[in-house]
Write a protein that binds this ligand. Structure first.
Ligand code: DMJ
Length: 643
């Protein structure tokens, strides 16, 4: 799903008060020396007070405080071997005990207090003697030590776990020379996109191919996190672009740092970064990707600190403070965002042996299961404070899409053991079919949007992914309706192809209508753009894998040519603002998902099926392949989803 990244963000929350050392353990270690000095002075004053009190209070009062009417004396001690009773570190001795020993003990205590006091005063004097520069140097040394320590902890190797069956990491080279040529063309396009990003946008999140400089949106926060590098890695690997893959790996190893004061989208970071890193790890076996994925996941966890456990949409990677998009219904979290974490989080628990990730996503699922659903549909908005739905809008496109996708894929990824997820998927698509799927007058099947009891006869480019989802979920469907769902997938693929075919550029608009005599055509100017999105091609690829109908390769080739003709510029690839115009203007953004998804799906479309077979790999919503976790390999076998 894609969030309207350009919408203004309002309602920024102030960081909660009282964020003491326990809220930020790192800060405990980085207390500045000047603060330490003040503490030292307070401590020394306190010791002086105690010291005075000990000497000047009347003797009996020292004892009475602990007497509790038992006429016993409490002496600090931990040794119980002498018949005393240990009460939290204090031994209770009976009356008539050796007076001499008691005085000795008192004297020892006095000496100790005196010595501690003197030592504290000495230390304070020493500090006062130091110059400002010396103190600053000490602060710096201490800070460096803490940073080193954190780095050491962060890059600790994770406990080894058996790798799942990694089948089908091969060249997938097709025998047919015509198909090979098409595949090579896609690979050449990937090279063009990568090389230009390498040259003009390296380290930035994305590329502006016309301005030839870096680009970013608020989903990635304000730092350079190399989104394109991470998103593109597995595509490079699959295409055999190993030098480029190594360049990316090196950058990640040396530069990808998550301790930045940057507010990012939890969903986008999860699907692009964690998904991308995990896929790169499984494909290449390089530990660095796993380590980075786990580090990053740790930074996302504070987003789940809400009254309901439904995560905030955004989190500051440094402070852990979360909040929601200002435009989302009454402070709500978004279904397609908090509902698209499952695959990656299950893998994180699998790889680390730490159930924390798994528990977070299962908690979301349990909460959703308990809620009433209007007409059996899941609304797009859920308030993380109250646990109540926001506006009753339902969509299989933006704001809803990948939630449904992840229910199906959770089941597939668990080697079909997670039947709870499959049931939720089946229930959801039954309601969707009943309320949202219709046939146009011209016979095109489309998926509309549900808005407060009314069906809007409009379909988004994002919704086109559902053709592939229906085909992928056909096998194992309720009442053995496999044929029905494969057919539904084919109909959606056909409709989405029409949305491309009815434009001047043969590229699909962002949204198209089935209303007032219009069929599969965008009406509003602000819905006529194409931003290098993958969903239609994704559906062609799934349909190809399940049917081998050559029309899907044909349609994929049409899209490849159109992208190359209208979106290619000398500095990379750009989105276009109007697919109905013969002289389109560019939006000047090379989206990271173009390399992660669009080009990957095209490449797979022209490859043999034994490259990443769907029985062994499940693609996350950003097209990052994650292996199926067969029961024998999973450390989560005690969890309900795997029973
Ligand atoms: C991608 O980031 C993912 O496919 C997401 O699920 C939806 N939007 C974009 C591509 O259009």
């Amino acid at each position: 799903m894609t969030t309207p990244a350009l919408l203004p963000l309002s309602g920024r929350r102030l960081p909660p008060l009282n964020l003491g050392a326990s809220a930020f353990p790192h800060h405990r270690a980085t207390l500045r020396l000047s603060e330490k000095f003040i503490l030292l002075l307070i401590l020394s004053a306190f010791i002086t007070l105690c010291f005075g009190a000990f000497f000047f209070l009347p003797d009996s009062s020292k004892h009475k405080r602990f007497d509790l009417g038992l006429e016993d004396v409490l002496i600090p001690h931990v040794d119980t071997s002498k018949g005393g009773k240990n009460l939290g570190g204090f031994l209770i001795h009976g009356q008539g005990h050796d007076e001499h020993r008691h005085r000795e003990e008192e004297e020892r205590l006095r000496n100790k207090i005196r010595a501690d006091h003197e030592k504290a005063l000495e230390e304070a004097k020493e500090k006062l003697k130091k110059s400002r520069d010396e103190i600053q140097a000490e602060i710096q040394t201490e800070k460096n030590k803490v940073v080193q320590e954190l780095k050491r902890k962060d890059s600790k190797p994770l406990p080894p776990v058996p790798l799942p069956n990694l089948i089908g990491i091969n060249s997938g080279e097709p025998a047919d020379p015509d198909i090979r040529e098409k595949r090579n063309k896609v690979k050449e396009m990937m090279k063009h996109a990568w090389d230009n990003y390498r040259q003009y946008g390296w380290g930035h999140n994305e590329l502006k191919p016309i301005a030839r400089k870096g680009h970013s949106t608020n989903i990635f926060g304000n730092s350079q996190m190399g989104a394109t590098i991470v998103d593109a890695l597995d595509t490079l690997y699959i295409m055999g672009l190993h030098d480029e893959f190594r360049e990316g790996q090196e950058w990640i190893d040396k530069n990808l740092d998550f301790s930045v004061n940057s507010e990012v989208s939890v969903f986008e970071v999860n699907i692009r970064f964690i998904g991308g890193l995990l896929a790169a790890y499984y494909l290449s076996g390089q530990e660095v990707f796993k380590i980075k994925a786990v580090q990053l996941a740790g930074k996302l966890l504070p987003a789940f600190n809400t009254p309901t456990g439904i995560p905030w949409a955004m989190v500051n990677l440094k402070s852990g403070v979360g909040r929601n998009w200002g435009w989302a219904s009454a402070g709500s979290s978004i279904l397609a965002e908090f509902g698209t974490l499952h695959m990656e989080f299950v893998h994180l628990s699998y790889l680390t042996g730490d159930p924390v990730y798994y528990n977070k996503v299962m908690h979301i699922r349990k909460l959703l299961q308990k809620m009433d659903r209007p007409n059996g549909l899941y609304p797009n908005y859920l308030n993380p404070r109250t646990g109540r739905w926001g506006q009753h809008h339902t969509s299989v496109g933006g704001l809803g899409d990948s939630f449904y996708e992840y229910l199906l894929k959770a089941w597939l990824m668990s080697d079909k053991m997670d039947t709870e997820a499959r049931k939720m998927y089946d229930d959801a698509i039954e309601a969707i079919e009943k309320h949202l799927i219709r046939k146009s007058n011209g016979g095109l099947t489309f998926i509309g949007e549900w808005k407060n009891g009314h069906l809007e006869r409009k379909m988004g480019h994002l919704t086109c992914f559902a053709g592939g989802m229906f085909a992928l979920g056909a096998d194992g469907s309720r009442d053995d309706k496999a044929g029905h769902y494969l057919q539904l997938g084919a109909e959606i693929a056909h409709t989405c192809h029409e949305s491309y075919d009815r434009t001047t550029l043969k590229l699909g608009p962002e949204a198209f209508k089935f209303d007032g005599g219009v069929e599969a055509v965008a009406v509003r100017q602000n819905e006529k753009y194409y931003i290098l999105r993958p969903e239609v091609i994704e559906t062609y690829w799934y349909m190809w894998r399940f049917t081998h109908d050559p029309k899907y390769r044909q349609w994929g080739w049409e899209a490849t040519q159109a992208i190359d003709k209208y979106c290619r510029v000398s500095g990379g690839f750009s989105g276009v603002k109007d697919v109905y115009s013969s002289s389109p203007t560019y939006d000047d953004v090379q989206q990271s998902f173009f390399l992660a998804e669009t080009l990957k799906y095209l490449y797979l479309l022209f490859s043999n099926d034994d490259l990443l077979p769907l029985d062994n790999w499940v693609f996350n919503t950003e097209a990052h392949p994650l292996p199926v976790l067969h029961l024998a390999n999973t450390t989560l076998s005690g969890n309900p989803a795997y029973r």
